[in-house]
Design a protein around this ligand. Structure first.
Ligand code: ZN
Length: 696
């Protein structure tokens, strides 16, 4: 009865939502940033386009997402042999601790727990050092451990013959003693990088010589030996591998992964994908590393809207660079970006012919750069919560050379990062008018995306080097990257205010282009400075190029007031309660058409520098406009950004998928939600996807 009620409720829900299809949720108010703690921030990401997929594709995503999450425990165990015990203990306390949850100590405990979830264990995800809790060992043992009971859903991970206080004392050393297993990956000079690393890729007495002897240098086209195993030593000193496979190491999690891949196979998009699933299942079943290569070859040749990365993939977590960390990323081809890319490619010659660059620098047959954007639908393992923003796989070189590779940019994660960094509060602070804010909200995302595609597909493809002149790397040397990025940016900027883009359907109106100009100038002359310390010059190539383009344009437009520097006096309440007049600077674009023309002139000049290999002119441009920082503006930007102080590392809260079934128990839809609480997501995952023993 209960199930049926739920079904009716869901159908009502569905009817309700589908009636309101035109009334899309207000995208501008999507909350990207949910919380910050320690040096971390949590970000939600949207999965645009999910609702438009057909049922079969939605099911595929659901099954692959389940498979991904089923392996989640593996990365904790790979990172450190005690991580699962620590994590499960922390989770039991989070669920069941009956004492005061408002105390400073408990807040510190929650922060530590969230850091452990974020890092996949007790070592910092980036620095790889053991993290230091801000609560005491006494509080942990005598308060948290002593008072918290186990429950059915969350219970203490007791080993055989161990009681709760034994566990407490053992974890006390693991968590609080800085001298035990202090670094997850240790590549320091003078240490045995295997013995000194705390990760669980090798048995405790295995050393670097053992590793080097066990895995001889690979022959041609060798598979990635050792990728899917732990190398261990028995009491007689003999080395042996514990392979990750069904009935091997991590068997219980791998069985679940395989269960869901089999489901996924029933809704595979084509034969090639079904075959790739079969090979992956075979690999997980046998642990045969040659099967992994076979799978990768098949995967490279599989072209589908829904794709995924799954397996033991990246080897950064192993000091010897051999062992693969469990990772899973489910992705949807970004149909909008691919369509846009197609249109851009169709007109790529038109762009070249109509560019502001000199005729002799134009290519007669220009070919757009291939650039693929995907939308992430789920991440797990090594890719979650901290995620890459671009992926290029497979890793095995012979496959890359002989069969090719897939390189994708994770578009919705990049958008979420920037949404979290410069949300609406940022706009309010740095836009001069309400009109500018509204334009940014309405067109900002779209403009940003289109700008990126023009930059990548047309920008880097455009222009040619004069006969007899060397490559930019040879001629422009250390200024090459800045000038190349500036050139590609300028191509995008020059066209994004061209009515032709509206005519061919790439944007709905020139307002989109205006939003891009506003944002470029705001960022290039002010906002990006928040990322460097006061008194420093700009070193990073992309930042140099943005300031070069913006400040050159500002200077060239001065006489016509194309970009205006406005200083407003804003009444502000000081800490002591007095009203102060705070000086705030804004850069405002007054004439978009003239600014387009100025961008065109700079594009022409930088293309000339590139085509002729004019090092001196290139150097002068970068040094004069791109490197030095206006200290007053810089100080002001830092001051005004302080309120949005942002943690250096971001991680993502995954969407949640659920099945909608009818009374005959058939799946009629897959629903997506965007949870906003990291803690509940982690607690849910712990409850639903804990398949491994405490010690493996
Ligand atoms: Zn570029």
């Amino acid at each position: 009865m209960k199930t049926q009620k739920l079904t009716i409720y869901f159908i009502l829900f569905l009817l309700f939502t589908s009636c309101n299809k035109e009334k899309k949720p207000n995208e501008d108010n999507f909350q990207y940033l949910t919380e910050q703690f320690a040096d971390l921030k949590m970000i939600r990401y949207k999965v645009p386009g999910f609702e438009n997929l057909n049922l079969k594709q939605k099911k595929l995503i659901y099954y692959l997402a389940q498979a991904s999450l089923s392996g989640r425990d593996i990365i904790f165990d790979q990172n450190y042999r005690h991580n699962l015990r620590v994590r499960r203990t922390l989770e039991t306390i989070v669920a069941n601790y009956p004492g005061n949850r408002d105390s400073e100590d408990f807040t510190a405990f929650m922060e530590y727990t969230k850091r452990v979830w974020f890092s996949g264990g007790i070592h910092h995800h980036y620095a790889s050092k053991k993290m230091v809790p801000n609560f005491s060992s006494e509080y942990f043992i005598n308060e948290l451990m002593d008072k918290t009971p186990s429950s059915q859903e969350y219970s203490f991970p007791l080993l055989e013959d161990e009681d709760k206080m034994d566990l407490a004392r053992s974890l006390d050393q693991i968590i609080f003693n800085p001298n035990i297993d202090s670094k997850r990956v240790n590549r320091d000079a003078g240490v045995d990088i295997i013995l000194a690393s705390a990760n669980n890729y090798y048995g405790q007495s295995v050393n670097i010589n053992d590793v080097n002897n066990f895995y001889p240098k690979g022959r041609d086209k060798a598979p990635e030996y050792g990728l899917n195993s732990k190398l261990n030593k028995d009491e007689n000193g003999n080395l042996y591998e514990q392979t990750y496979k069904i009935d091997g190491m991590y068997s219980d999690a791998i069985k679940q992964i395989v269960y869901w891949i089999k489901k996924a196979k029933t809704v595979a998009e084509n034969e090639a994908q079904a075959k790739s699933f079969d090979l992956l299942i075979e690999y997980y079943t046998t642990g045969d590393i040659n099967k992994w290569d076979e799978y990768c070859v098949q995967w490279v040749q599989t072209l589908t809207d829904i794709d995924w990365i799954n397996g033991f993939v990246e080897v950064y977590g192993d000091a010897a660079g051999r062992k693969g960390a469990y990772e899973s990323i489910v992705q949807i081809k970004d149909l909008e970006a691919s369509k846009t890319t197609e249109v851009i490619n169709e007109y790529v010659q038109w762009f070249e012919d109509n560019s502001s660059i000199m005729n002799e620098h134009k290519k007669e047959n220009v070919i757009g750069v291939s650039y693929k954007v995907v939308t992430v639908a789920m991440e797990s393992g090594d890719a979650s919560p901290s995620s890459p923003i671009g992926v290029n796989l497979p890793n095995n070189n012979w496959i890359r050379t002989d069969k090719g590779s897939k390189s994708v940019s994770l578009g919705n994660l990049i958008a979420a990062y920037s949404g979290a960094a410069t949300g609406s509060d940022f706009l309010k602070e740095f836009c001069s008018t309400e009109e500018e804010i509204q334009r940014a909200k309405k067109y900002g995302d779209k403009a940003d995306k289109l700008g990126t595609l023009l930059h990548e597909v047309v920008g880097h493809a455009s222009g040619q080097i004069n006969d007899g002149v060397g490559t930019p790397k040879e001629t422009l040397k250390n200024y090459k990257s800045t000038l190349e990025e500036a050139r590609a940016d300028l191509v995008a900027l020059y066209y994004i205010m061209n009515p032709k883009l509206v005519e061919i359907g790439l944007m709905e109106s020139l307002e989109c282009g205006k939003a891009e100009y506003d944002s470029y100038i705001r960022n290039g002359l002010m906002l990006q400075l928040r990322r460097i310390e006061l008194g420093q010059n700009i070193e990073q190539d992309h930042m140099r190029n943005r300031q070069l383009v913006s400040s050159w344009a500002y200077e060239k437009g001065l006489k016509d007031n194309v970009i205006e520097k406005k200083i407003k006096s804003i009444p502000t309440l000081s800490d002591s309660g007095d009203t102060l007049a705070l000086k705030k600077t804004f850069f405002v674009v007054n004439d978009y058409k003239k600014l387009q023309n100025i961008f065109g002139q700079l594009l022409r000049e930088i293309q000339r520098i590139t085509s002729e290999g004019d090092f001196d002119a290139g150097q002068a441009l970068v040094e004069q406009y791109g490197v030095k920082v206006d200290t007053d503006i810089h100080a002001e930007v830092l001051n005004r950004s302080k309120q949005f102080d942002s943690a250096p590392y971001g991680g993502f809260i995954n969407p949640k998928y659920s099945l909608l079934k009818n009374d005959n128990n058939e799946i009629i839809d897959v629903l997506i939600e965007y949870p906003d609480d990291f803690t509940s997501q982690m607690m849910n995952y712990a409850r639903k996807y804990s398949f491994l023993p405490h010690i493996n």
